[in-house]
Design a protein around this ligand. Structure first.
Ligand SMILES: NC(=O)c1ccc[n+]([C@@H]2O[C@H](COP(=O)([O-])OP(=O)(O)OC[C@H]3O[C@@H](n4cnc5c(N)ncnc54)[C@H](OP(=O)(O)O)[C@@H]3O)[C@@H](O)[C@H]2O)c1
Length: 315
């Protein structure tokens, strides 16, 4: 248990995959964690967790438990949360930030997931100095029986600048999660969005992203689809030369796909997140593909691979 003075009061917005996994990790580290869910949402006040916890051992530790949680159906205008974690699909981000804007109080807001388009378009009325940007190192999905099948990796990415970001870094560290500082987090997030669109397009083709495990040709196709979209990130202001490592799998798709495919098949850390993506109708998947293609068209960037599956994600 943490000393009282370092324990944080954390509100997770939504009871999604990423919110639940990190909410659990913060709770286990002694922080005070609550979940905000829409008043109309019908969520049980527990999370059925089937987690491969990879924070301390590369082969992981299996955690299977029913974790009781505290749900809140409103965020009061005056509250004592130190941190509000916003981990929603990019297409829900603006709406979530609008909800928070009058209710931020003294809290820091961690935006923790896909961001598209550029950050200034999604922060709504939340003061930018309150916002910290990061990306999770966990993945998974809810299974039809409600179980959350997920993997928790040892690290996350975040732009660590200023005391608010330092406090968020300390929170993750206390939960055994390393924070990798990403100075150009917005560039990195845009590239991730493009590469995600490539993966999701292939998932739609296969009927589920989970089927990419063990299928090197499909993985290569996903990387090539993502590569088509990199010029779109450049057109939106990203300096790709600052992200040589992040773009490497897409730039060298033919050479890297077999190695990456092997890793995804044989390493639990890589496999778990993909395996859990079994829902072919996920709204976020279609939104990522749709918005990536719209941006490519807006900038006149050819995206024939993504276009070829347009009927699978068009409204
Ligand atoms: N899942 C993964 O494997 C994974 C891995 C890496 C990164 N990410 C990224 O992390 C982010 C979150 O992903 P996720 O898989 O955790 O999403 P998710 O399971 O769909 O969870 C999102 C949650 O946010 C809630 N929500 C959205 N807008 C809200 C609002 N205005 N008010 C209240 N609740 C709201 C949703 O509630 P409702 O259901 O009521 O709408 C849902 O519970 C995304 O950007 C994703 O790309 C995900």
């Amino acid at each position: 248990m943490l000393a009282r003075e370092v324990a944080m009061k954390v509100l997770m917005l939504g009871r999604g995959v990423i919110a639940s996994v990190y909410g659990w990790a913060f709770d286990r580290a002694g922080h005070d964690v609550e979940f905000y869910v829409r008043p109309s949402a019908d969520h049980p006040d527990e999370v059925k967790l089937d987690l491969l916890d990879l924070r301390r051992r590369p082969w992981g530790r299996s955690v299977r438990e029913r974790w009781p949680i505290t749900l809140r159906r409103e965020i009061p205008l005056r509250h004592e949360y130190d941190l509000i974690v916003v981990s929603v699909g990019h297409h829900r981000l603006r709406e979530a930030m609008e909800l928070l804007a009058p209710r931020v109080g003294a809290a820091t807001v961690l935006v923790f997931g896909n961001v598209w388009p550029r950050p200034e378009a999604v922060t709504a009325g939340v003061p930018t100095e309150r916002v910290v940007w990061g990306f999770p190192g966990a993945g998974g999905g809810f299974q039809p029986d409600g179980t959350l099948l997920a993997g928790l990796l040892p690290g996350i990415r975040m732009h660590v600048q200023g005391p608010r970001a330092e406090a968020v870094r300390a929170l993750f560290r206390s939960a055994g999660v390393r924070v990798r500082d990403e100075p150009d987090i917005h560039g990195w997030l845009a590239i991730h969005f493009a590469l995600d669109a490539g993966m999701h397009a292939q998932g739609l083709r296969l009927g589920s992203l989970s089927r990419i495990v063990g299928d090197t040709r499909s993985l290569r196709e996903a990387l090539l689809t993502g590569r088509e979209l990199l010029p779109m990130t450049e057109a939106s202001g990203v300096d790709l030369s600052r992200h040589r490592i992040a773009t490497l799998p897409a730039r060298r798709a033919r050479a890297i796909a077999p190695m990456l495919g092997w890793a995804i098949t044989h390493l639990a850390a890589a496999r778990r997140s993909l395996e859990a993506h079994t829902d072919p109708r996920s709204e976020e998947v279609r939104a990522v593909c749709r918005d990536a293609l719209a941006a490519a068209r807006e900038h006149g960037i050819p995206a024939p691979r993504l276009e070829a599956v347009e009927e699978l994600f068009a409204r």
